[in-house]
Write a protein that binds this ligand. Structure first.
Ligand SMILES: NC(=O)c1ccc[n+]([C@@H]2O[C@H](COP(=O)([O-])OP(=O)(O)OC[C@H]3O[C@@H](n4cnc5c(N)ncnc54)[C@H](O)[C@@H]3O)[C@@H](O)[C@H]2O)c1
Ligand SMILES: O=c1ccn([C@@H]2O[C@H](COP(=O)(O)OP(=O)(O)O[C@H]3O[C@H](CO)[C@@H](O)[C@H](O)[C@H]3O)[C@@H](O)[C@H]2O)c(=O)[nH]1
Length: 429
């Protein structure tokens, strides 16, 4: 099937590569000329495990190409996916100007029937607006369908999630585009659910908000664990073994971040408000998340007292492991808080240092994680990278002024750390 994806970011690029991998003919469009030139030259704008090989392989096979021209992509394809940003406005609502602009541009160059599929995360009722806009701006007066097909991939695991999705959601206004959408997804052998447009849009915001709720829930439980000497990881394990609860998204830590949860939560609260419902449950999820960071910073200041002129080593800058993405990263937020208190920072991340330098220029960037501890008054673990578990703890202890570690992601075993001579503080244990 001939597909066009408008917006070649995390979602557009990874989705485009996976569609090509299963045999579709894919044109990825982006208005960022530098990004398109980089991709055309064989470069990669993001780090995502397995993506580079997939892109190169499918470009070489002639199934995947990059362009800055929406007209070219639309002309060539039957199905046009929209994967542009839907960033937050200052009041928490969604900036839909990217979606509206692209809808107008698609309409302007349609000369035959198209299925226009929204993959960006949007407020309920956006699809209806997209359909209205296309109808209004389509000079050729051709027929079209609008579909909502939300994306559930996780950064760092995007290829895996796209190739083996839990489910595919297809929201439609009529049955007409359903066979085409089924044909696109047939090679992925995943359950497909067909809903109305509004339900599909709600599924995305409701899912992300529920996952964020799960994290805030376990973070709240971590407070009770600290107050009683219980261990939040054992509590999470015991809860999660009930299949109705599930083990995932019960990792206590310094809170959730990233380009999705914080903005989607604010958006959903705003959408609910506009629909006449005060979603207090989700406001509490936000509050717990913010307080989790406050509590962790307090843990550091309570132990180190004055941070001015102290040197702190921070391991992790990405908003989670396996990615170089630092958008709304709790690790970056933590670094800013420590800098504000006057601390000097020595920082390291396996993949995110180039992107972090742009938003956190004040820190000293260290190439080898085992060199970070040199001369530090404390070490902080801010991102859950597995590789940090291999840190040379003996060497770190020797080169620090004091062997103190604040583990915001519970990577180490508290008893083992004490045995090794560390003052070790983690979350909920
Ligand atoms: N990042 C994720 O893990 C993820 C997962 C699921 C859903 N989403 C949603 O998908 C959407 C895209 O997110 P992302 O992380 O891929 O964003 P991104 O910023 O990485 O990529 C968006 C791309 O769209 C391009 N763009 C903007 N306006 C354009 C236009 N008029 N024409 C052509 N290209 C244009 C930008 O240059 C950019 O390359 C958002 O709604 C997001 O909430 C993101
Ligand atoms: O038990 C957990 C799980 C995650 N996190 C944090 O939560 C944030 C988000 O993690 P994750 O959900 O794995 O990453 P994203 O790539 O942002 O993916 C989420 O947001 C995407 C964009 O909407 C959705 O497609 C995905 O389904 C949804 O998981 C990160 O800061 C994690 O450190 C925790 O603190 N504890």
């Amino acid at each position: 099937m001939k597909l066009c994806i408008i917006g070649t970011g995390y979602v557009g690029l990874t989705t485009g590569a996976c569609f090509a991998e299963v045999g579709h003919d894919v044109t990825c469009v982006d208005n960022d000329e530098a990004k398109v030139a980089l991709l055309q030259a064989g470069g990669m704008p993001i780090y995502e495990p397995g993506l580079e090989e997939l892109v190169h392989k499918n470009v070489a096979a002639g199934r995947l190409r990059f362009t800055t021209s929406i007209a070219e992509g639309v002309e060539r394809s039957l199905v046009v996916f929209i994967a542009v940003p839907t960033p937050p406005l200052p009041d928490g609502s969604v900036d839909l100007s990217y979606i509206e602009k692209v809808a107008r541009e698609i309409a302007g160059c349609m000369t035959s029937y198209k299925v226009v599929v929204d993959k960006s995360t949007v407020p309920v009722r956006t699809g209806e607006k997209v359909a209205e806009t296309i109808r209004r701006y389509c000079r050729a007066r051709v027929d079209f369908d609008v579909v909502s097909n939300p994306e559930f991939l996780r950064e760092g695991y995007a290829v895996e999630d796209l190739m083996h999705p839990d489910r595919i959601v297809i929201g439609v206004q009529s049955p007409r585009p359903v066979p085409v959408m089924r044909e696109i997804y047939e090679p992925f052998r995943a359950p497909i659910i067909v809903t109305d447009l509004n339900s599909a849009e709600l599924i995305k915001h409701a899912s992300n908000s529920f996952l964020a709720l799960k994290i805030s829930y376990i973070n709240a439980i971590s407070i009770l664990c600290e107050a009683t000497g219980a261990n939040v990881q054992e509590v999470a394990l015991g809860m999660g073994m009930d299949h109705r609860i599930g083990r995932e998204f019960l990792q206590a830590g310094i809170g959730f971040g990233g380009s999705c949860f914080p903005k989607d939560l604010s958006a959903f609260i705003k959408i609910a408000e506009q629909l006449g419902y005060d979603f207090r449950l989700l406001k509490e999820v936000q509050r717990i998340n913010a307080e989790q960071m406050d509590r962790f910073v307090k843990k550091i200041t309570d132990t180190l007292w004055v941070l001015k002129d102290k040197t702190i080593g921070v391991l992790g800058l990405a908003f989670k492991q396996n990615t170089d993405d630092v958008r709304m990263s709790p690790a970056i937020e933590l670094c800013r808080r420590l800098l504000k208190e006057g601390a000097r920072l020595r920082v390291h991340d396996p993949k995110a240092m180039p992107k972090a330098r742009a938003v956190l220029p004040e820190a000293t960037y260290i190439e080898d994680m085992n060199d970070v501890a040199e001369g530090c008054d404390a070490l902080v673990i801010a991102t859950e990278w597995e590789i940090f578990k291999k840190l040379d703890l003996e060497r770190a202890r020797r080169v620090m002024t004091h062997p103190i570690m604040f583990d915001g992601r519970n990577l180490f075993d508290p008893r083992e750390m004490e045995r090794l001579g560390w003052i070790y503080k983690s979350v909920g244990r």
